[in-house]
Design a protein around this ligand. Structure first.
Ligand code: HEC
Length: 194
């Protein structure tokens, strides 16, 4: 409960929570659709990937704006993952990256975001495919993307679609590096998954 409402981990360090001001740019309709979609997600089963990606992650970035809804979504007595130690490890990266799956999908292969307006761009493929994902990116590209929203090919990604600005501010460098390491460990996937 403390984690979702106050953005604080049990050990007192700040949890990755979206500043709600930034999320004001998502319209109420979209937010409602996203929340319904999150609620419709099947609950955690025994597959390792799904165990890592729990409702906490899916609800995280909504929590700042909709604490009551988030409280309904999260079963506080049964969080599906433990508390990995902070560090540049795939384990910690997976923990932090669980806040990306609401948009980038459970397998991180991106694709259209369910419930979003048609003009909302498909979420990028974060797996390391050379042609389909971010396989040509370097770690430095990834880090600077979260500071500027500019991709290695020079395209500016709009922060109202991909919240690189609040995410970049919310994540410490160690968190971004761990997410990068985790994404690098994933199998390359076609856009939208396989
Ligand atoms: C609110 C939905 C949302 C969330 C949450 C989100 N993303 Fe995104 N992301 C997008 C969308 C949409 C795009 C595509 C934007 C575009 O192409 O203009 C994108 C694009 C990206 C890209 C660029 C990929 C490319 O090939 O252009 C990266 C990298 C990225 N996101 C990383 C992340 C990470 C890491 C997280 C979690 C820490 C995250 N995103 C959370 C929606 C989201």
């Amino acid at each position: 409960m403390g984690a979702i409402r106050h953005g604080v981990r049990p050990d007192g360090t700040a949890l990755l929570v979206m500043p709600s001001a930034e999320y004001g740019s998502i319209g109420p309709d979209d937010l409602g659709a996203l929340v319904s979609w999150i609620k419709s997600m099947p609950s955690v089963d025994s597959e390792p990937l799904k165990q890592r990606v729990g409702p906490l992650g899916r609800a995280l970035y909504l929590a700042g704006d909709v604490p009551l809804l988030a409280a309904e979504v999260v079963d506080h007595d049964d969080l599906p993952f433990g508390q990995p130690e902070v560090g540049v490890t795939t384990e910690y990266g997976a923990y932090i990256a669980s806040s990306c799956v609401g948009c980038h999908s459970l397998d991180y292969a991106g694709g259209p975001i369910p419930g979003m307006r048609p003009e909302f761009p498909a979420a990028g493929n974060l797996t390391p495919g050379i042609d389909t994902g971010i396989g040509t990116w370097t770690e430095a590209d990834f880090m600077s993307f979260f500071a500027t929203g500019v991709r290695p090919d020079g395209r500016q990604v709009e922060p109202q679609f991909m919240p690189w600005l609040p995410l970049g501010q919310a994540m410490a460098d160690v968190e971004k590096q761990a997410v990068w390491m985790f994404l690098r460990s994933l199998p390359p996937m076609p856009m939208g998954g396989g």
